[in-house]
Design a protein around this ligand. Structure first.
Ligand SMILES: CSC[C@H]1O[C@H](OP(=O)(O)O)[C@H](O)[C@@H]1O
Length: 362
């Protein structure tokens, strides 16, 4: 059973100790906003469970956690023999890949960890476990930098007084720090642009209510919480000038998988003439997919719908459908805000030239 520690709000995911004896520490996001506690993951099974149960969630944060989980898994055979470490790493990587299917960052990060194990060029001469930890730390550091760059590029799209609708949580909790969609908000505020956020609560797991509202309040950003079914009304009342959401996997043509309900928000934004932006790092692109039809959509436990709020809210035995994501077609997306700039999603070649095949390793 992982240990539990009280903690300050950040960092979402961090490594404690050295390569041979260290472990992954993360905020348990299932306990927010009422409790901000951390759990320590001492083996790859604890990391797998943390991802599966959304203790750690959000595409980039899942990738960073999986990278550290691969380091832990590489030690599973208790030897410094590089051959045994590589074998244990591959086993841990294959196991961690089964935790959740949609966020491509999980697979992107594990691909990087496996490549690092075979690349003596990184930190030549140092023990393999230290090289693996260095790669995981690099993935986390790159993510922090990408989030800040996304914030800078995205903040240019906002004007003072904008009402911005968000869906789910694409904040610091969904990344190694600062967020993607919320990075745009945070950066705008740091530049003195006052914007007001309307946060969809985002059923069934309420990442918007529990996490986005919590993050924005922590940083002093004005936020109004709404139910998902109120998005059309706030748009009709002209309270919303922009929509900014995160992403879990973006295909080569810009089709974007994100939390369930995002597609509906995109349709509403189009109907009201409101720009709809996706904010995501290049690690969330899957250029191996020509379009969104190939993005695997996770289906989760029906109990998340029938037993939310701590009690049963549906008749015993009722049929339930619980897809955790949907795919917004590129033609409904005004622009994708990446660390390299804003790209118009329907031009697949522009996306490929901006993102580059090397970054989107799939
Ligand atoms: C910055 S990616 C955040 C992205 O991930 C969330 O899904 P989940 O909470 O199930 O991991 C949601 O789709 C967010 O937009």
């Amino acid at each position: 059973m992982p240990e539990i520690h009280q903690t300050s709000p950040f960092p979402t995911v961090s490594w404690i100790g050295d390569a041979s004896g260290g472990f992954l520490r993360l905020i348990d996001q299932t306990r927010l906003p009422t409790e901000c506690v951390e759990i320590d993951c001492l083996d790859s099974a604890a990391v797998w469970n943390a991802i599966k149960r959304l203790s750690v969630r959000g595409a980039p944060a899942i990738g960073v956690a999986a990278a550290y989980g691969a380091v832990i898994g590489a030690r599973a055979r208790g030897t410094d023999d590089p051959k045994a470490i590589r074998t244990a790493l591959k086993e841990a990587s294959a196991y961690l890949r089964t935790s959740r299917p949609t966020a491509v960052n999980l697979f992107w990060a594990l691909d990087r960890m496996e490549a690092a194990a075979d690349d003596p060029g990184r930190a030549p001469g140092s023990p393999l476990l230290e090289r693996l930890l260095a790669e995981a730390e690099a993935i986390a550091a790159e993510d922090r930098a990408m989030c800040r760059a996304i914030g800078r590029h995205g903040a240019e799209l906002l004007v003072p007084g904008d009402g911005v609708l968000t869906h789910c949580n694409a904040g610091g909790l969904a990344t190694s720090d600062y967020g993607t969609a919320l990075a745009v908000i945070f950066s705008a505020h740091e530049q003195g642009k006052s914007v007001h956020v309307f946060a969809d609560e985002t059923r069934p797991l309420l990442q918007g209510a529990r996490l986005t509202a919590w993050e924005l309040q922590n940083r002093g950003v004005p936020v109004t919480l709404i139910c998902d079914n109120m998005a059309a009304q706030v748009m009709k009342e002209r309270k919303i000038q922009k929509v900014v959401v995160g992403a879990d996997r973006i295909a080569a043509n810009g089709d974007t998988a994100n939390k369930i309900g995002t597609y509906g928000v995109a349709l509403l934004a189009r109907a009201h003439g409101i720009p709809f932006y996706v904010a995501a790092p290049s690690s969330t692109f899957d250029l191996s997919l020509a379009d969104g039809s190939g993005i695997p959509i996770e289906e989760r436990d029906p109990l998340e719908i029938t037993h939310g709020f701590g009690r049963r809210t549906a008749p015993e035995g009722v049929a339930v459908y619980n897809p955790a994501f949907d795919v917004t077609p590129a033609e409904l997306i005004t622009g994708i805000i990446t660390e390299r700039g804003v790209v118009q999603p329907v031009d697949a070649e522009t996306i490929r030239s901006l993102i580059g095949d090397s970054n989107a390793t799939r």
